[in-house]
Design a protein around this ligand. Structure first.
Ligand code: GLP
Length: 278
């Protein structure tokens, strides 16, 4: 696991977008060999999506041969509700790029049979050859996607009842009225994300500092589900300074020193030769 510590949210957005650009470019996707990307919603990745749209408009990246799978979706929220993740993904990202709409998969929280919908999603991921890069975000309670505290760390895509902390954290999107936040969501499992070849988790803000400390400095713990990624062979946590507030100085210094080495390596390598050290 690597921890990349950057100054602020803008730097995290830029770094994450460049990382996607680099991974897609070096993969050189084609009709026969698509790049499979897992995607998050929420406030944190918005800046990354903006940068990627900019890269697309500048002709630096194409999503024509990219297949995407979103992490989660609320249950029972109409698809055209401004807070549905379908609506978010279409408006914040998909409509601005050249992705094939049929290749942009978001769980259907209005499916008549939610169990079948989750099974179908897992099957689609498998048929796509697995996820090359899963990008994730976390809640202040350390949940990844909607894998609330106490979730199984080998879980697959399924329906979850949201924890109170999540309802609290997400009420800002529903006019600050907690009663308007859907109580259930469909979410990829921790195991689903763990199966990805590479995972990049974006963590910004002091309200996520405790979760980051639990994820990085303490053991793997199903009460902080993002901690499972300590055991992923290619996991990156990309955070801002504010998110490091609960980390030990020693931890921050160690990972910053690694990043400095990495930056030097990038400076002396061509784009196609860049690899993140683990
Ligand atoms: N289920 C979503 C997560 O997938 C997301 O990562 C998290 C963080 O959102 P934000 O980036 O707005 O803090 O919010 C929700 O709980």
């Amino acid at each position: 696991m690597r921890l990349i510590i950057l100054d602020d949210t803008a730097a995290v957005a830029d770094w994450a977008a460049r990382f996607v650009l680099q991974r897609v470019t070096e993969f050189a996707p084609s009709a026969e060999r698509r790049f499979v990307l897992g995607l998050p919603t929420g406030g944190t990745p918005l800046g990354m999506y903006k940068r990627l749209i900019q890269f697309y408009k500048e002709g630096r990246i194409s999503f024509k041969y990219v297949t995407t799978f979103n992490m989660d979706e609320y249950v029972g929220l109409p698809r055209d509700h401004p807070e549905s993740y379908h609506y978010y993904m279409w408006n914040e990202f998909f409509k601005h790029i050249d992705i094939e709409p049929s290749q942009a998969h978001v769980l259907d929280g209005n499916a008549p049979n939610l169990v079948d919908e989750c099974t179908r999603f897992e099957k689609l991921i498998k048929e796509a050859g697995g996820v090359n890069l899963f990008i994730g975000g976390i809640g202040p309670d350390g949940h990844i996607a909607f894998n609330e505290p106490g979730s199984s760390l080998v879980s697959r895509t399924r329906a979850k009842t949201l924890a109170y902390d999540t309802l609290e954290a997400n009420k800002r999107f529903f006019g600050n009225d907690i009663s308007k936040v859907p109580r259930q969501a469909l979410t990829v499992g921790v195991g689903t994300v763990m199966d990805a070849k590479e995972v990049m988790i974006l963590i910004t803000g002091s309200h996520k500092a405790l979760a980051l400390a639990k994820a990085v400095e303490e053991g793997v713990n199903h009460m902080w589900t993002v901690s499972a990624f300590q055991q992923h062979p290619q996991a990156l946590f990309v955070c801002d300074e504010d998110a490091t507030l609960e980390l030990r100085v020693k931890t921050v210094k160690y990972f910053k020193a690694l990043s400095d080495e990495h930056q030097k390596m990038i400076a002396s390598a061509s784009v196609t030769q860049q690899h993140v050290l683990h």
